[in-house]
Write a protein that binds this ligand. Sequence first.
Ligand code: 8DG
Ligand code: MN
Ligand code: MN
Length: 401
Amino acid sequence: KLEETSPNEYQDNKFVCQRATPLKHHNTKFTDALEILERHAVYVDSTQRDSRALAFRRAACALKSYPKQITRIEEASKLSSVGNHSKKEILENGSSDEVQDILSSEFFKTMEVFSSIYGCGPATARKWYEKGYRSIADVHHAVSDGMKLTEQQTMGFKYHSDLVKPVPKEEAINIKDIVIKELSKIQPNCIVELVGGYRRGKLSGHDVDILITHQNNSKVEGLLHKLVERLEKLDLMVGRNPHFESKTLYLKSVKGIGEGSQRQGGHMDSLDHCFCMFQMGKSFENEKVEHSCMQTTGEADETGTSTGSSSSEQMAAVVRRVDLIVAPHKQFPFALLGWTGSKQFNRSLRDYAWKVLKVKLSNHGMWDHKHIPVRQVEATSEQEIFHELKLEYRDPHDRNA
Ligand code: 8DG
Ligand code: MN
Ligand code: MN
C-alpha cells in the first residue's frame, strides 16, 4: 500500500530515514532512469561515489518516497535533493538521449555483465574493460592465459549462470528453514531471522541473508563455525574445488564478541559472518527443498509440456549465495536493523544519528558522543532504537530507500 501523504506536506529536506520509502512507488520510470545514471557514474569512476553517483541516488530516493507521480518539472524543482542533471531526466520523461546512449554503449553493457559476476566490483570490471575484454568468454581466455582471479571471482564465474537467477522468496524461506533445522541439532533455541530485501517485502533477491542469535551469550561464541561445518558435511555448500580446505567463501570470526571490543561503535560490521554458497535441490533429503524446486520449475506443468519425469529428476541443482550472520543477543536489534537495509536507508540513518544527535550507530550498538565520556545506549528492539534516535518508527517495508 502506498503512503498517503499529501504532496503539500511532503518535505525532502529531511533525512531519508525520516520518511517512508515503500517498495512500490509512483515514479519508477524516473527512478529506473536515475539508477542507470548512477550505475554509469560508478562505472566511470568508482572513487567519485560521493559526488555524481550519490547525487543521482539521492534524487531517486526523493522520488521513491514522493507520494504521487511527478508530472511537472516544477514539482521536482521543489525537491531539494533533485539536482539539475536529475531534473533533466524528469523533463525528458525518464527516457533522455543520455540514458538511451548509456544503455546502448559497449562500455555500459560490458560493465553490467562484468558486475554481475560475484566478486567483481566496478574497479575490476573497469580494469578488464580497459584490457579490452568485452565478454565473459574474453575473461575466461585471459584466465587460461594466466590471469589471476580472487577466490570469490573464481566461484562467481563457476556459478555465474545460477547466481544471476533471482532467488524467489519461497526458496529463501526454505533455506532459512534448513538453517533452523540444522542449528537445532547443534544448539537448541536459536533465534533466526530472514533479513535483507525479503524482510523489506521484496519477493525475490540476489542472495539470502540470515541473521542468527541466542539469548545466552555463551551459546553464541563459535556457533557459526559449528553451523558451517555441519552444512559442509551435509554437502549443502559448494566450494571452489574438492581440495579447497573450506568450502565457504569467507568466514570471519571475531574473537571476544563481548562489548569491550565494540567500544564507541568504531567498526561498521565485525559480527561473525559467512558469505557462502548453497547448492539447492541436489540430492538433499528435505521435502521442503523438493517442494520449492517443484514450484520453481512449475511452468512446465502449466504449459502442459511436462515430460512426466519424477520431481527429483526435474530438480536441477542451483547454487545460491547465502550470508549467514551471528550476533550476540545484546547486539541483535542493531544487527537486525543493519542487515535489513536497505543500504541507502542505513546510510541515511547513520548520517542522521551522527549529524543530528552525535550518536554513532553501527550493527553492534549505538554510542552517544555528546555525553562525556562516550556512553553506550542500549536497546532491546528496533522500535527502541528508533525511539532513542528520536525518530518515528519505520516498518521494514518502508525502508526501501
Ligand atoms: P538483495 O539481496 O535482495 O538484492 O538486496 P539486499 O538484501 O537489500 O542487499 P544485500 O547486499 O544482501 O545486503 C543486505 C543488507 O546487509 C544491506 O542493507 C547492507 C547490510 N550489510 C551489513 N554489513 C554488510 C556486509 O558486510 N556486506 C554486505 N553485502 N551487506 C552488509 O550490515
Ligand atoms: Mn540480500
Ligand atoms: Mn547479502
